[in-house]
Write a protein that binds this ligand. Structure first.
Ligand SMILES: Cc1ncc(COP(=O)(O)O)c(C=O)c1O
Length: 404
């Protein structure tokens, strides 16, 4: 795993702000998840919305992952990275039928999350193309309301209480449903949530005779700081595997068990390295102003997410209380009231858990440039995405000179 001095080297060689990912950590997480489930057929589809750099996709492909894509653009990223269409599950929500058809024509697995789409799909493809159905199990799960998506008021999936409607459409058009899917939220720590959802899908399966797989989504929580509560993957693995194997015996067929982890695979592998521009003492607080902000890491402001922050330039100095803030002209707090080894201007800070939903959610607000991305692999630092330049900001702009 990457050391602090290698992180500092990366900041000095490539500049800051910088995203850096540790390939070994991603591999270790994949292996851990893969070995937690004891079922004859397991498939982990990496949710590339978490981090979609082509090198990360290829790393996970080499480990044996498939992909979970939520937009046609993500499907194309997956194909470009070398995944075959059969290795990709397409789970969009609220998209146009044109986009859905493009995915069908590309040959990826398609997951249907509303009845109007199921109706259009049936009318267009009848029994010629199989599909999966995303069920909303009405389970409240996940770390916060922002990332809880399987409850009764959520926009996602077809209600578990609408199975009769699904059946009517299925029979009318002869639709071949080969999979059932659910995803209840992210940052789930209670294994019972998975069991509860699984049991609902097992019951629902009685209405779907042609299933070949079940997809239990994701939501595995990782550590954001030392001693943090995490999903007990091994415990979930034992419980789900046993329930799933029993279900398959009762169903009379050996189905495949699918998951679509994002955060679990890449969150902890990533760090955002930033430099302290300013130490500012106000009447109540000592702020560290850094050369980054919510434009690069939106999770603290968007989800109230905790990201641990360390001073790489001074690992053993006395700890002081700081608030770490970005340079964006909005509320932009990356860490509030944190104990950090004393910081001087120019020091490099490491913001942890910046692998998932960090670069992929970054933007150009305040006309700021996105950072470079670096992969640490076999002891070497590899640049895997260039830092943006000013020209990237205006490349699609059309200057009309209407007001000269
Ligand atoms: C349908 C679906 N699958 C998988 C994921 C990945 O979840 P996580 O990053 O918690 O593993 C998400 C995340 O939002 C999702 O919406």
């Amino acid at each position: 795993m990457i050391t602090n001095s290698q992180l500092l080297d990366a900041a000095n060689s490539f500049g800051t702000p910088l995203f850096i990912y540790d390939a070994d950590k991603i591999r270790a997480q994949f292996k851990r998840l893969n070995s937690a489930f004891q079922v004859p057929k397991l498939k982990l589809h990496y949710a590339l919305k978490a981090l979609n750099n082509i090198n990360i996709l290829q790393l996970l492909k080499a480990e044996g992952a498939g992909l979970d894509a939520v937009s046609i653009q993500e499907v194309h990223l997956g194909l470009r990275a070398g995944f075959s269409p059969e290795q990709i599950m397409f789970t969009p929500n609220g998209i146009s039928f044109d986009e859905f058809q493009e995915a069908v024509e590309l040959g990826v697995h398609v997951n249907i999350d509303n009845l109007p789409l199921l109706e259009k799909f049936g009318a267009t493809y009848g029994s010629t193309v199989p599909c999966c159905i995303r069920i909303n199990p009405h389970i409240t799960a996940g770390g916060s309301h922002h990332i809880s998506v399987g409850h009764i008021d959520s926009k996602f999936g077809i209600s578990i209480h609408q199975i009769k409607h699904i059946e009517r459409i299925m029979k009318h058009y002869g639709i071949h449903v080969n999979g059932l899917h659910m995803h209840t939220g992210s940052d789930i720590i209670n294994p019972e949530v998975f069991i509860q959802g699984a049991n609902l899908l097992f019951d629902a399966a009685a209405h779907f005779p042609d299933l070949t797989f079940m997809d239990f989504g994701s939501g595995f929580k990782v550590a954001y700081k030392e001693g943090d509560i995490v999903s007990d993957i091994e415990d979930i693995g034992i419980k789900i595997s046993s329930a799933f194997n029993d279900f398959c015996s009762a169903y009379g067929k050996e189905l495949a068990l699918w998951f679509e982890p994002g955060k679990f695979l890449v969150s902890e592998s990533g760090n955002l390295l930033v430099r302290a521009n300013l130490i500012k003492q106000t009447t109540s607080t000592v702020f560290i102003g850094v050369d980054s902000g919510q434009n690069h890491l939106i999770r603290p402001m968007f989800y109230n997410a905790y990201h641990h922050i360390r001073n790489l330039s001074n690992e053993s100095g006395p700890q002081k209380l700081y608030s770490v803030v970005g340079y964006i002209c909005e509320s932009d707090t990356l860490g509030h009231d944190r104990l950090i080894n004393e910081v001087q201007e120019g020091d490099v800070l490491c913001i942890q858990n910046a692998g998932a939903y960090a670069y992929s959610m970054s933007n150009n607000y305040n006309a700021r440039l996105r950072p470079a991305e670096v992969l640490f692999h076999q002891g070497e630092l590899h640049l895997i995405r260039k830092r943006e330049e000013l020209a990237d900001i205006y490349k699609n702009e059309i200057e009309l000179n209407l007001f000269a």
